[in-house]
Design a protein around this ligand. Structure first.
Ligand code: HEM
Length: 404
């Protein structure tokens, strides 16, 4: 066991472009490594699949930041978030977690989500209608981003016209990536997001619509199953979780297909492979990178390594998903891969609530793009693509050309 924490070099462009060689060495070094992660925080990185799977269903590992001993974790959070925005299902444990998740889980079942297919297809086609005549596009800005934003916006009842505002706040709050955090800017963004959501919810109280937030307001006001802060936090979580990762699934998937023409042709020839291809993009290079944080509620031992109470345990799903003990030939992108039980959506009670929606959006987006954009290719050399790094991963832009 190495004594010194290893530094994850987020600001190194080569690491941002391809962190996997670094991750492989880390995993080969041992199953649990102390590391300095984004924001200078220290965590114990769990790098192997089997240990990651066990850790994600271990009740001694909490999702509640208040169980962390590093006071910076809470202090770094702006006052607004500490007070209210933290009160989401993602950041709490049972029984609160169970109660909050139950309030919305019915809206995200595979069956309910399947009903959205025609509308998702329609939005996808409308976005592509806009870019097709030009023969070139930035598939992030023009496609991979607006698609999930529009879908989750319609589901929740958040006007699409507001999307530039909340995208900007989310960028400031969460997606600062490798840059050193600017507390004043982060706090301002949280406050703006909170006051936006408060106004939106007030508006819906007065004029309820046929959407999930209006339904939640009824749950709050008539059944008292969540309080006002929890309602705002829920709106925030669903809105943001609903798109920041899916944009990366679509962008990363297309980027890797362009870098692997054999796989691209195979998928074009046989669209029946789309579901398996989506699982493979999630395994090979999932949006959550390096992984999922937990906090040790008591001293724990993982793979023979003692981890003290209060420590941050980072289940490095992105590293575990290339563990050769679980996935044969793990560094190979193979859209026909079977038994692909990756950890990109987590595992256990916090398993991604939006997984069926993300999968469906990914399949429709990538399938339709391949069908409607013939001779699709990158407009820049692959190594000119810039990748987000430091918590979430995906190409920042995806300039492409195709035959109009
Ligand atoms: C939870 C990944 C899309 C809503 C999670 C977790 C992961 C994840 C890893 C578990 C976090 C943890 O255990 O602490 C992803 C990826 C996505 C995606 C990779 C896209 C490819 C979505 C979408 C929604 C969503 C479209 C729609 C609302 C949620 C919610 C949780 C969650 C509400 C919290 C569940 C809980 O705490 O019980 N997601 N997600 N996600 N995700 Fe997603």
């Amino acid at each position: 066991m190495n004594e010194h924490p290893v530094l994850l070099p987020y600001t190194d462009p080569a690491f941002a472009a391809d962190p996997f060689p670094f991750y492989r060495r880390l995993r080969d070094d041992g199953p649990v490594r102390r590391a300095v992660i984004a924001g200078g925080l220290e965590a114990w990185l769990v790098t192997r699949y089997e240990d990651g799977l066990a850790a994600l269903s271990d009740p001694r590992l909490s999702s509640d930041v208040r169980d962390a001993s590093d006071p910076r974790l809470l202090e770094r959070l702006p006052a607004t978030e500490r007070e209210s925005m933290l009160r989401t299902m993602l950041r709490c444990d049972p029984p609160d977690h169970t109660r909050l998740r139950r309030l919305v889980s019915k809206a995200f079942t595979a069956r309910r989500v399947a009903e959205l297919r025609p509308r998702i297809q329609e939005i996808t086609d409308q976005l592509l209608d806009e870019v097709v005549p030009a023969g070139k596009a930035d598939l992030i800005e023009d496609f991979a981003l607006p698609l999930p934003v529009t879908v989750i916006g319609e589901l929740l009842g958040v006007p699409a016209t507001d999307r530039h505002d909340f995208q900007r706040w989310t960028d400031d709050m969460i997606l600062q990536g490798a840059e050193p955090p600017d507390p004043a800017r982060i706090d301002r963004a949280w406050q703006q997001m909170r006051s936006y959501l408060t106004g939106l919810l007030e508006n819906k109280r007065a004029h309820p619509g046929n959407d999930l937030l209006s339904a939640l307001i009824t749950t709050r006001d008539e059944e008292h199953r969540l309080d006002e802060d929890e309602l705002i936090a829920m709106a925030f979580l669903l809105l943001v979780a609903g798109y920041i990762t899916t944009v990366n699934l679509i962008g990363t998937g297309i980027a890797h297909l362009l870098a692997h023409p054999d796989q691209l042709h195979q998928l074009r020839d046989d669209p029946g492979l789309l579901p398996a291809a989506i699982e493979e993009f999630l395994r090979y290079d999932g949006p959550v990178n390096p992984g999922i944080a937990r906090f040790a509620r008591e001293d724990v031992t993982i793979a023979g390594v003692s981890i003290p109470r209060g420590a941050t345990v980072l289940v490095a799903s992105a590293i575990a998903d290339r563990d050769p003990a679980q996935f044969p030939d793990p560094d190979r992108l193979d859209i026909t891969r079977q038994d692909n039980a990756h950890l990109a959506f987590g595992h256990g009670i916090h398993y991604c609530l939006g997984a069926p929606l993300a999968r469906l959006e990914g399949q429709i987006a990538i399938g339709t793009a391949l069908r409607r954009l013939p001779h699709l290719s990158l407009a820049v050399p692959p190594d000119a693509l810039r990748w987000r790094s430091g918590g979430l991963r995906g190409p920042e832009q995806l300039p492409v050309t195709f035959t109009p």
